[in-house]
Structures are given as structure tokens and as C-alpha cells.
Write a protein that binds this ligand. Sequence first.
Ligand code: NAD
Length: 269
Amino acid sequence: MSQKLRIGIVGCGGKMGRMLIEEILSSSGLTLAGGVDGAPAIVGQDLGVLAGRPPIGIAASADSAALVANSDVLIDFTIPAATVELAGLTSRQGKALIIGTTGLDQKQAEAIHRAAETIPIVWAPNFSLGLNILLGLVKQSAAMLGAEYDIEILEMHHRQKIDAPSGTALGLGKAAAEGRGVELDRIWVKTRDGYTGARETGSIGFATLRGGDVVGDHTVMFAAKGERLELSHKAGDRAIFARGAVRAAAWVHGKPPGLYGMNDVLGLR
Ligand code: NAD
């Protein structure tokens, strides 16, 4: 029997799912256990073909429970409802889980926290190395710059993105709020429209742009009278997220139950 780590992909027909297939097939030491997708047009398609390769003889399925049984670690890039369902399945079967899906509401997030009491889960709004370095820089800058520096976060993504602000933008906001020693959800301004009045001191504002095929651009601004510090990250290729998620899968296998972040995987804590 193979000793290689068996990774199952949930959402294998999506933009990220296809990248993950490619990343696993091109990594030695890893086995692609299979893939599931919720779209009937994807089910039955060969996973190699989905990734733009010759067929590999494994078809995308709709049976998540069977994939979980057949995998050591599951990687999920889908939609929030599917992620919550998968967290239940993996925790019942004692399998580790990597979550890339964004846009979970509070109740859905609580379900992930509950699952992490029985299995190890890495949950990150962004799996790229550069962005995770940026999170640390933002926290540090927010701690160093006083409340006279207004914090605004600007993000742009492709036209098909369905949640806003992006999970990464909210993660950057959380890092800035932590740097200031405050809770993000007490000070965030996620949208502005109409007669808003003047900007409230100490708030963290978000602005969302959507268009074209932008993979993910994020800028955190610290704006004061007379100067502005801008920290930016631009993702040009989804492969960076797939590489990070697969690295997290290799890292999480065998870890004790708990909720981990990409900073744990990268040793950035
Ligand atoms: P996508 O729409 O291209 O793919 C999502 C896939 O999930 C689709 O193929 C869809 O059919 C499938 N799906 C939906 N319901 C399902 C179910 N119940 N079971 C199995 N599969 C199901 O989207 P995408 O661009 O690949 O992004 C997916 C998610 O990942 C989004 O939430 C996005 O914001 C997030 N994302 C995170 C990172 C990160 O680094 N954390 C990077 C990119 C995207």
C-alpha cells in the first residue's frame, strides 16, 4: 500500500479546484485521492482533463462521504454551505481539513470552530506566502501608527467573485485591528453610500472593486495629514494559493485537533 499522503479535493471543477489537481499531480510524495463537485456538468469528468492534462483515470464524483473515507486530508474551495457540511463529515471520520472558502457567516464559522475540537483544520482566507507576510506588516504598522492614521483597505477581484469584502481584505482588517488592540467588528465600515457624514476616528474602512479576471489585489492604507503609507499585495496566478493549500495539507497531517492558520504552517507566529 502506498505511504503517500492521500489528498481529496472538494470543489474539484472550480477555478481553484483545477489548480489543486495540477499542484498535487506535479508533487512527488502526494497522491490525488479523488475529487468531488456539486455541479452536475463536472461530475464524471476525468480529474486530469479538468486540470488541462491527459486523463488520469479518476472521475470527479458527487459522493463527499466516500472521498473523505478515501483521503487523509481534504482541501475545500467551494461555497460556505458546502464547507460546513464537509467540516461535519471530516470531523465524524477523523480526517484533517484545509479550508480556502471565504464568505462564511458567523453561524457557519462557529460550525468550523466546533469541528476543530475533534480534527486539525487549517483555515486561511489567503494561502499565499506574500499575503501572509503582509498580514504581519499590517499588524505591526497599525500598532506603531496612532489613531490619527486612518486605515482604509482596498481590494479588487475578478467579476465572478460572489462575496465582498474579500475574506483576505477582512483578514487584513483583523490584523490592523489587532495591532490597535480593538475588535474589527466594532469599528469596521464595510460599505459607504449616500450622506455618510465625516469619517469616524479609529474606524477601518473597506472598498471593493470587481472586474475582469483580476486574481486578487489588496492595499492597506494608513492615511494621515501630510502623508500616506500604502502596503500592497497583488496575486497574478491562482497557483500561489494552490501551492500554499497543498503545503498546508502536508503540514496538518498528524497534528492534534485545533484551528490553525497559514502563519502556523509557515512558522510566522
Ligand atoms: P469557483 O466558483 O470557480 O469554484 C467553486 C466550485 O465549488 C465549483 O466548481 C462548484 O460547483 C463547487 N461546489 C459548489 N457547491 C459544492 C458542493 N456542495 N460540493 C462540492 N462542490 C461544490 O470558485 P473559486 O474561484 O475556485 O473559489 C472558491 C472559494 O475559494 C471562494 O470562496 C473563494 O473566495 C475562495 N478562494 C480562497 C483563496 C484562498 O487563498 N483562501 C484563494 C482563491 C479563492
